[in-house]
Write a protein that binds this ligand. Structure first.
Ligand SMILES: [Zn+2]
Length: 275
């Protein structure tokens, strides 16, 4: 084969690859409002599953517990959002990153910004910071929020639309920093109603897990009964779940389905409320 022919074959190959990517790529999560009418009426409550702490674990991928949770969501035909600690992406774990990318493209899942490193650093001047976005300086918070957004976009191709702070702790500095990143539209367990996006609160007695890491059907029933909003955001940590927690989780989902709940992703609920 001549050099010229080889080049033209290579060119053709790259064109085919590009068009295959275009055809098979899932539509990005966005705020197009075409499906608003169809999903804006729900007979029961809107349920948002807020699952925290995606990290790199065994075999440079998600842990077995996380993978079991993802399978369970598919099996139960529901939807779930998951909070990524973005620094994990920098650890160079290709299987983990690939898994995240395919999850976010899947219409049943949404990956969101759960901080850069999730750490309490006890920084000066107060030495009493409660979390990454509470009690820490403005520059620190801006940097952590910003680089989380940039890494997810550049390395994973994920445009974060939702944020939830580590330990659900925030301060007035965080609200300021958040408003400087208007691409973040939804705040899970929002603590400040001045947030111009969608402020989804925890509400009283809202615990899917009791204690943290163990799903409790009884605790969920209290959360459901005390919920004063048309939505309920249920928080969990699947990495900590054992068999019993998975069984309790199924019981919770069964109850919600019997009560005609609608499982939505945070970005989807944004469209319903603000679209
Ligand atoms: Zn967390």
């Amino acid at each position: 084969m001549t050099g010229k022919r080889l080049i033209s074959w290579l060119f053709l190959g790259s064109q085919l690859l590009i068009s295959a990517e275009t055809i098979f790529a899932a539509p990005p999560k966005s705020f197009e409002v075409s499906d608003v009418a169809a999903s804006s009426s729900c007979e029961g409550k809107y349920i948002i599953l807020k699952m925290d702490d995606l990290r790199v674990k065994e075999n440079n991928n998600l842990s077995q517990s996380w993978l079991a949770y993802i399978s369970k969501v598919k099996e139960l035909n529901i939807k779930s959002s998951m909070g990524l600690i973005v620094e994990e992406v920098t650890k160079g774990a290709a299987p983990f990153n690939t898994e995240l990318m395919s999850l976010h493209k899947d219409e049943r899942f949404e990956v969101w910004h759960h901080g850069w490193d999730h750490k309490r650093r006890n920084l000066l001047p107060k030495k009493d910071n409660l979390g990454e976005f509470a009690g820490t300086p403005y520059e620190y918070q801006y940097d952590h929020l910003q680089k989380g957004i940039v890494y997810a976009r550049d390395v994973l191709g994920i445009e974060f639309l939702t944020v939830g702070t580590p330990y659900n702790k925030s301060d007035e500095t965080f609200v300021k920093v958040l408003h400087q990143h208007p691409s973040l539209k939804v705040w899970l367990y929002c603590q400040d109603e001045s947030f111009s996006g969608l402020c989804l609160k925890r509400g009283p007695s809202n615990h899917l897990e009791d204690p943290i890491g163990r799903v409790s059907y009884t605790s969920f029933l209290t959360a459901y009964a005390s919920s004063i909003h048309p939505y309920l955001v249920l928080q969990g940590h699947p990495d900590m779940w054992d068999k019993e927690s998975f069984a309790q989780f199924e019981k919770v989902i069964g109850y919600l389905k019997r009560h005609k709940a609608c499982f939505v992703l945070p970005s989807e609920y944004y469209r319903i409320r603000k679209g």
